[in-house]
Design a protein around this ligand. Structure first.
Ligand SMILES: Cc1cc2nc3c(=O)[nH]c(=O)nc-3n(C[C@H](O)[C@H](O)[C@H](O)COP(=O)(O)OP(=O)(O)OC[C@H]3O[C@@H](n4cnc5c(N)ncnc54)[C@H](O)[C@@H]3O)c2cc1C
Length: 383
């Protein structure tokens, strides 16, 4: 049988494994199948591209042909995998073609959650989860000035910062009482809210969007609290749902993500998963650092040296330049409490367990300077 590694997905996870594997093995054929253009880019750049002077074109580091030559792999863009025939080690493409694999890596990413909204303008609601989405967003934005963002989480706040800094009028709507409600204690939420308001962002908190209606070029958002606002562009950023359907329909166990062990292996031999689609030992961590660690471990395993993934503490930098913020979200399964020091220049919030051990932190403003020393005190995410 052909000794070919097939990677499904050309995001940071798919490319991460391909790149790490090539450092260890220059020969084994790798085929990358991707539903999108198959080029390589850094997805985190999408939410600060405007203020960094980047265009969708300049964000792309290399197209599929360039990446194929660089990594000595075969890349098939616009090639959607429809199903797997696991007993025969086959991947079935949308057009019915079947492709053999020796080892299969699922790096499928996640879908943006879509809220059930009503109104004639719902079709105009945009999400940004990849470069193609971002091209559409930038084309839609064009010369328009008013942007509403549904969701004050990490991606919503980063886009709010980017758009406000580039002269847009930004409204952010969230059902929570504060921005970054899942990552920050209330004092941290209030701090970043003030900083974003300082650059012109308007928050509508403790409410949700019920409907979006379009009248000519204008969009009217009506909230659950009865208020309404007018906007030119609406961006939804309310969360991600790992792409598990392909795995589930093959009988691969899924929960919140595709279930894998420390070797990134599903319960089926020779099928692995990593990145936003995967749940590693119960953890779904849709961030760059866990992907880098998983890609290195999986590459070693695929190269013949079975290697479990270890996750050290992995702080996330929130790219809100108007309010420098770093968070290392605690495992809220561990009983503990926030210990917050606040002044006008920043917030230092430490999440400590009952014995006083540091479990997580949120640093804003000047307190971000303490990031390295505090990170060194954090427990590993996966030992
Ligand atoms: C705007 C934004 C900003 C972010 N900023 C940060 C940040 O600052 N720091 C951080 O740590 N993280 C950040 N993240 C998260 C981080 O970018 C993601 O965790 C990471 O890029 C996910 O990579 P992935 O390869 O798992 O998934 P994706 O990049 O989504 O790739 C999935 C790939 O699978 C392909 N695919 C899916 N289904 C099929 C199929 N059936 N057949 C063939 N191909 C298929 C897709 O076409 C795609 O190529 C951000 C995310 C967004 C959206």
């Amino acid at each position: 049988m052909i000794k070919q590694i097939v990677i499904v997905g050309s995001g940071l996870a798919g490319y991460g494994v391909a790149r790490e594997f090539r450092k260890l093995d220059a020969e084994t054929p790798i085929l990358m199948l991707s539903a999108d253009h198959g080029g390589f880019y850094s997805k985190p750049m999408l939410s600060n591209a405007l203020s960094s002077g980047k265009t969708p074109e300049s964000i792309l580091n290399g197209d599929a042909a360039q990446m194929s030559a660089q990594l000595k792999i075969v890349i098939r863009p616009h090639c959607c995998v429809a199903s797997l025939n696991q007993p025969k080690n086959e991947v079935i493409l949308a057009d019915g073609e079947s492709v053999l694999y020796d080892r299969l890596v699922l790096a499928l990413g996640a879908d943006q959650v879509r809220l059930p909204l009503s109104g004639s303008g719902v079709e105009k609601v945009l999400t940004v989860n990849d470069l193609d989405d971002y091209k559409k967003f930038r084309a839609e934005l064009d010369e328009k000035k008013r942007v509403s963002i549904i969701g004050a989480g990490l991606i919503g706040c980063e886009f709010a910062n980017d758009l406000a800094l580039t002269g847009h009028h930004v409204d952010v709507i969230d059902i929570s009482s504060q921005p970054l409600g899942r990552l920050l204690p209330p004092a941290g939420g209030a701090f970043i809210q003030r900083k974003l308001e300082g650059i012109g962002v308007t928050f509508h908190l403790n409410t949700s969007v019920n409907s979006i209606d379009q009248v000519q070029e204008h969009l009217y958002l009506t909230f659950a609290n009865g208020n309404s606002i007018e906007s030119d562009v609406v961006l939804s950023a309310v969360g991600l749902r790992p792409r598990t359907q392909l795995a589930a329909s093959t009988g691969i166990s899924v929960n919140r993500g595709i279930i894998v062990n420390r070797y990134l292996q599903t319960q089926l031999n020779d099928i692995y998963a990593l990145g936003d689609c995967a749940e590693v030992e119960g953890k779904v961590l849709p961030f760059v650092m866990p992907i880098s660690h998983a890609a290195r471990a999986l590459a070693a395993t695929l190269a013949g040296n079975p290697t479990p993934v270890h996750y050290p503490a992995m702080p996330v930098i929130v790219k809100t330049s108007s309010c420098p913020t770093v968070v290392s979200p605690p495992d809220f399964g561990i009983i503990g409490a926030w210990n917050v020091e606040a002044d006008e220049n920043g917030i230092k919030a430490l999440y400590e367990d009952n014995a006083g051990n540091l479990i997580g932190y949120a640093l804003l403003g000047d307190a971000t300077k303490e990031r390295n020393s505090l990170t060194a005190r954090l427990p590993a995410v996966l030992q």
